[in-house]
Design a protein around this ligand. Structure first.
Ligand SMILES: Cc1cc2nc3c(=O)[nH]c(=O)nc-3n(C[C@H](O)[C@H](O)[C@H](O)COP(=O)(O)OP(=O)(O)OC[C@H]3O[C@@H](n4cnc5c(N)ncnc54)[C@H](O)[C@@H]3O)c2cc1C
Length: 378
């Protein structure tokens, strides 16, 4: 492992690998990425592989939109198959309040160039013939949203970064950061790296890296459980999100149906346990929405964490008073943001014109109280 670097990226999830790749692409040299387990072993490899632009804050919409723009050519750029499919996201409103919120979100999205449409229930059934709409009031659809493989994407970023000279060290846990008048050293279980610039991209682990520097980052690990069924013939195009059920269901390219939800009222701590209660509840929610799934077998279930900030938006950029320390974290649904966040962080660090509104997503908003909460996290 290199003992000196211009930049150390901590975290080998989709965001860390995208940041490392984009920094190298921008011309930064001597980049080291350190990951305590294997690449995509955190939230990224446990996620539902959905990418959507149907958000309710301007910042999240713009980050998601930039990611979709980048994804159109990313497979060619990284020279890897990423299974990016724009099969859409169908958001179901089950009461007036949800409908009003989704209408407001759609107006915002449309004003930013995101082509979300409001559908009648008959149109939603045309799109998803097996959908039971008896509890639904209205549906909202964006055909540019869809699916992206989290493992393939993370590994593609990592391999492309390595081709540009980035050193990637897995099974290398950061245990300390030496900070005096600025960052001096990152200490890992496999040795130390002298550096003056660190990017904390540890997702749900963000708070723990912050504690090393005596900082209390407002990023909590929120457990979400998820399952996948046996593969079936292709029958569901879009990801279906229900706010009533607080859940999502998508058929992934190999045919399995992936679905899950989290309990936002659960205490926040790292807990990889998954439960029978989730299996039972999720099965009921799924069959209520897609009765065709009644006799389908579940093959696997697991848990992971959203590393979520209090307003549900990313925390990006510098930390006042801590020279050389950058955050790229805080998003509940950060896998889909990773292309834009990687590009944005690289531009910020190298002083280039920004492609996403990073200044609005700085950690300082929690001091000033300028929070605009994301209303569309599921
Ligand atoms: C069940 C579930 C479903 C989800 N569905 C979606 C979805 O459909 N779409 C979407 O966009 N997002 C989804 N998400 C959220 C998404 O997975 C995360 O927001 C995203 O993957 C975060 O990426 P990351 O790189 O920031 O974090 P991670 O992938 O968690 O990567 C952080 C890495 O840092 C490493 N690390 C931590 N501490 C240290 C240390 N001390 N030293 C070295 N390395 C360290 C970890 O091992 C980890 O690999 C879902 C999450 C879950 C749990």
């Amino acid at each position: 492992m290199m003992d000196s670097a211009d930049v150390v990226v901590i975290g080998g999830g989709s965001i860390g690998c995208s940041v490392a790749y984009n920094l190298a692409k921008t011309g930064v040299e001597n980049i080291v990425l350190v990951e305590k387990n294997f690449l995509a072993s955190g939230a990224t490899g446990r996620c539902a592989a959905g990418v959507r632009q149907q958000w309710g804050t301007r910042e999240n919409c713009l980050v998601a939109k930039r990611s979709i723009e980048l994804l159109k050519d990313l497979s060619v750029e990284l020279d890897a198959e990423l299974d990016f499919r724009q099969s859409g996201y169908l958001l179901i409103a089950s009461n007036e309040e949800e409908r009003d919120q989704l209408e407001t979100n759609m107006e915002l999205q449309n004003s930013l160039g995101i082509p979300t449409k409001e559908l009648t229930l008959a149109e939603a059934e045309d799109l998803v013939p097996y959908l039971d709409t008896k509890d639904a009031k209205r549906a909202f659809f964006c055909g540019e949203d869809g699916h992206l493989d989290p493992f393939k994407t993370t590994f593609a970023y990592a391999r492309a970064a390595e081709r540009l000279g980035v050193e990637i060290n897995t099974h290398t846990e950061v245990t300390d950061i030496v900070y005096k008048n600025g960052i001096e050293q990152v200490v890992t279980k496999r040795g130390s790296i002298s550096t003056d610039l660190v990017v904390n991209a540890t997702g749900p682990g963000t708070k723990y890296i912050g504690k090393i520097l005596n900082l209390d980052h407002p990023v909590e690990p929120e457990r979400h459980q998820i399952l996948i069924t046996e593969p079936l013939e292709n029958m569901l195009g879009p990801m279906v999100i229900s706010f009533q059920h607080n859940s999502y269901i998508q058929q992934v390219p190999h045919g399995g149906f992936i679905m899950g939800y989290g309990n936002p009222n659960e205490p926040h701590y790292v807990n990889y346990k998954h439960s029978w209660r989730f299996l039972d509840n999720m099965a009921k929610k799924a069959v209520q929405q897609l009765p065709v799934l009644e006799d389908v077998r579940v093959v696997r279930q697991w848990a992971g964490h959203y590393g979520i900030s209090p307003d549900g938006q990313p925390i990006l950029g510098t930390v006042p008073g801590y020279d050389g320390y950058y955050l790229a974290c805080g998003c509940g649904k950060g896998f889909m943001f990773s292309p834009a966040i990687g590009e944005g962080m690289a531009k910020l660090i190298t002083g280039k014109e920004l492609s996403i509104p990073i200044e609005k997503m700085s950690i300082e908003r929690f001091e000033s109280g300028e929070l605009i909460s994301e209303p569309a996290v599921v």
